[in-house]
Design a protein around this ligand. Structure first.
Ligand code: PBG
Length: 331
């Protein structure tokens, strides 16, 4: 003992008790920062489990309403809705039909929860197209950016009319935020905001989601979603979306892109624009699978995952664990 140099500065002092650790914690995680993504399937009479995402279901219209009420009860402040239509076609017409599954589901949920929750809707064609792409195709089979924008504009107006509080364009078409803002304003939906999936990467971690929405996709989305080798272009995408009127910008996926999330959060802060991150299906599935095997402690892994996303700069997180995590945070 006598020969060693005793440290004067001891960071461990601030870790001595739970109270001390709480007192100096830099990052908060609260139910109101969590948003639950939900799937609703047209024509379903029973909720259908999604095998790749244990614990997540494709809802019926009825079970969706109930689950949204539970989400509000748990202290969440938002849900994000995805529709799974019975039939798909080349232009994704079900997305624009006011009687299409997503649009009726928006109205159902708004009728159920009113202003208790911000009702958000995925604004993308991939669930509705028979080729599974996020846009319409040109004669050569390529995703046609500008023709897709027309569909998105119509989709935004229908979703707003159904009662969406925030529309979430997730198709990564150039100029989508500007076109949607203009369409919403022209239809007098000036209060409806845009949660822009601004920095969205082509990712293997979307795998389980493709089952969740019965995706018809062949091939990949690499001509419109970003290349995982690039971080700078995320800042460019975010600045473009802010310029075009995005109210909130999002980074997706979250875990493999926490560095991107930090850069985006720093850039968006200069404009006072809040940042969301999407803790996606593959990130959920990895933890669930490992926990089911007894390889990790499930609840601790969930909270550590969500905390890391907050620490990297997300103001809010879309996560399939939202309701459960809200419960864990209250205890
Ligand atoms: C596209 C969309 C996707 C997800 C949300 N919106 C899939 C994709 O781009 O292929 C993925 C969500 C997840 O994996 O949890 N509409």
């Amino acid at each position: 003992m006598s020969d060693i140099q005793r440290p004067v500065v001891r960071p461990r002092r601030l870790r001595t008790t739970a109270a001390m650790r709480d007192l100096v914690a830099e990052t908060t995680l609260q139910p109101g920062q969590l948003i639950l993504p939900m799937f609703v399937r047209e024509g379903a009479s029973e909720p259908t489990p999604i095998s790749t995402m244990p614990g997540v279901v494709q809802h019926t219209r009825d079970s969706l309403r109930k689950a949204a009420a539970e989400a509000a009860e748990a202290g969440l402040r938002g849900v994000m809705l995805f529709g799974v239509p019975e039939t798909k076609d080349a232009s994704g017409s079900g997305a624009i039909d006011p009687d299409g599954i997503l649009n009726v589901a928006i109205a159902d949920v708004v009728a159920e929860v009113g202003d208790e929750l911000v009702v958000m809707s995925d604004l993308c064609l991939d669930e509705f197209t028979d080729h599974g792409h996020c846009g319409v195709l040109d004669a050569r089979g390529r995703v046609d950016n500008d023709a897709t924008l027309e569909q998105y504009a119509a989709m935004a107006v229908v979703q707003a009319a159904a009662g969406a509080g925030l529309v979430g364009p997730s198709g990564m078409m150039d100029g989508q935020v500007a076109v949607i803002r203009e369409a919403l304003d022209a239809a007098d939906h000036t209060d409806v905001g845009i949660l822009a999936y601004s920095a969205k990467y082509a990712s293997a971690f979307y795998g389980p989601f493709r089952e969740a929405v019965d995706s018809a996709l062949q091939g990949d989305r690499r001509t419109y979603q970003q290349d995982g080798r690039n971080a700078r272009e995320s800042v460019r995408e975010v600045l473009l979306d802010i310029e075009q009127g995005a109210d909130i910008v999002m980074v997706k996926p979250a875990l493999a892109y926490l560095d991107v999330l930090r850069r985006v959060a720093d850039a968006a802060a200069d404009f006072g624009v809040p940042v969301a991150a999407y803790n996606i299906s593959g990130e959920y599935a990895m933890v669930e699978a490992a926990a089911a095997n007894g390889w990790i402690e499930r609840e601790a892994a969930i909270l550590e995952t969500l905390t890391s996303i907050r620490r990297a700069g997300a103001d809010m997180i879309l996560t399939y664990w939202a309701v459960e995590a809200a419960g864990l945070l209250r205890h």
